[in-house]
Ligand binder design. Structure first.
Ligand code: C2E
Ligand code: MG
Ligand code: MG
Length: 323
């Protein structure tokens, strides 16, 4: 049994219809999750109203945004510390909002898309576009590098999730080991058995699997034991107090060596400084991703970045001692 009182104080000079008061307290009720067996008093706050309006605006426009191709793929290159070269890239979505004339970042719209279930349409669109981009580059005989795509818990829970991703991979003739699917740590924790089965199916279809934001949730070690993951991506919070901090270094060092012993690639996210970069190299980390190496960029800038720095042509120029 839960008992909750949802309260709106009517300012002295305000007049309301009964319906508008009811709407306000309903908004209060929907904004709070009541713990089982608790008695709570929730109060109206104007931020709630603004939030409801913002969510309604996003919900009202998401389908047309997909039709009008307003979701753009940004690529963030990763760097392999052993091979000293690019290690592929992670694809991060942005919403180009023509009304704002600017990009909206995922933090703004992904929670709404997850609540409405729309996220699985968007994730499928991102994956389709990414495969299309690879096929296009290959048809022009240009260098391609592996990609990672994020999937939400909602997307991964669709009954035809593995089937769809497998179908699109073969439609564009993407080779095995080229695409990594990033699951969030919380999804991995809550769905250990199901995910273990999914990982087996994805491996059979030639995908690699990764746990994103590792270290932000619970029971990461159980997940590692149960799931045959190819990569763990350590959350930025591992770097928060700097790699020079002794205790953090110790934790980082043991996670990296655990990954190595289990044969799992360890990628550190959010690397911003040379100090962090050097520190991670010294600890034996496999791959880094972060502003220090490259920011997320538009596809056109990414192809330029790859062609200028990592194409066979660029490598030849470098080995001959510069331009
Ligand atoms: P994530 O998958 O952990 O992605 C890494 C986030 O860290 C990205 O934020 C990236 O821009 C940011 N980042 C990269 N390097 C640095 C750095 O050096 N410093 C700092 N402070 N940040 C850095 P972004 O692009 O805002 O994405 C946020 C989250 O949204 C992603 O976290 C991912 O969980 C989700 N997301 C992004 N694209 C998609 C998508 O296509 N589908 C799904 N389901 N989720 C996505
Ligand atoms: Mg990710
Ligand atoms: Mg992450």
């Amino acid at each position: 049994m839960n008992l909750s009182f949802n309260i709106y104080f009517i300012p002295k000079d305000e007049r309301h219809s009964f319906q508008s008061l009811l709407d306000k307290v309903t908004m209060v009720r929907d904004s709070y999750l009541t713990k089982t067996g608790s008695v709570v008093f929730n109060f109206y706050d104007d931020l709630m109203r603004q939030n409801v309006i913002r969510r309604a605006e996003i919900e009202g426009r998401m389908e047309s945004a997909l039709k009008n191709c307003e979701f753009h793929l940004f690529y963030q290159p990763k760097y392999n510390l052993h091979a000293d070269t690019i290690d592929g890239s992670e694809i991060l979505v942005r919403w180009f909002d023509p009304k704002l004339g600017n990009y909206r970042t995922p933090g703004e719209f992904i929670p709404v898309f997850e609540d409405t279930g729309f996220i699985s349409k968007m994730d499928r669109f991102v994956f389709y576009r990414a495969c299309e981009n690879i096929a296009e580059r290959l048809s022009r005989r240009e260098t391609v590098f592996p990609i990672s795509v994020n999937v939400s818990r909602v997307t991964a829970s669709e009954p035809d999730f593995v089937e769809y991703y497998t179908r699109i991979k073969s439609k564009f003739d993407i080779k095995d080991g080229f695409v990594t699917i990033e699951f969030t740590e919380s999804f991995a924790y809550e769905n250990n058995d199901r995910l273990a089965e999914m990982v087996r199916e994805l491996h059979a279809a030639g995908f690699l699997c990764s746990i994103d934001d590792f270290g932000t949730g619970y029971s990461s070690y159980t997940s590692l034991k149960m799931l045959n993951m190819d990569e763990i991506k350590l959350d930025k919070s591992f770097l928060e107090s700097g790699v020079s901090h002794e205790r953090d270094m110790t934790i980082l060092r043991s996670v990296i060596s655990l990954g190595r012993e289990l044969g799992i690639k360890v990628t550190q996210e959010g690397v911003e400084t040379k100090e962090e970069f050097d520190g991670l190299r010294a600890l034996g980390c496999d791959v880094i991703q972060g502003f220090y190496f490259a920011r997320p960029m538009k596809y056109s800038s990414y192809t330029e970045f790859v062609n200028n720095n990592f194409s066979p042509e660029a490598k030849r120029r470098q080995s001959e001692g510069g331009e």
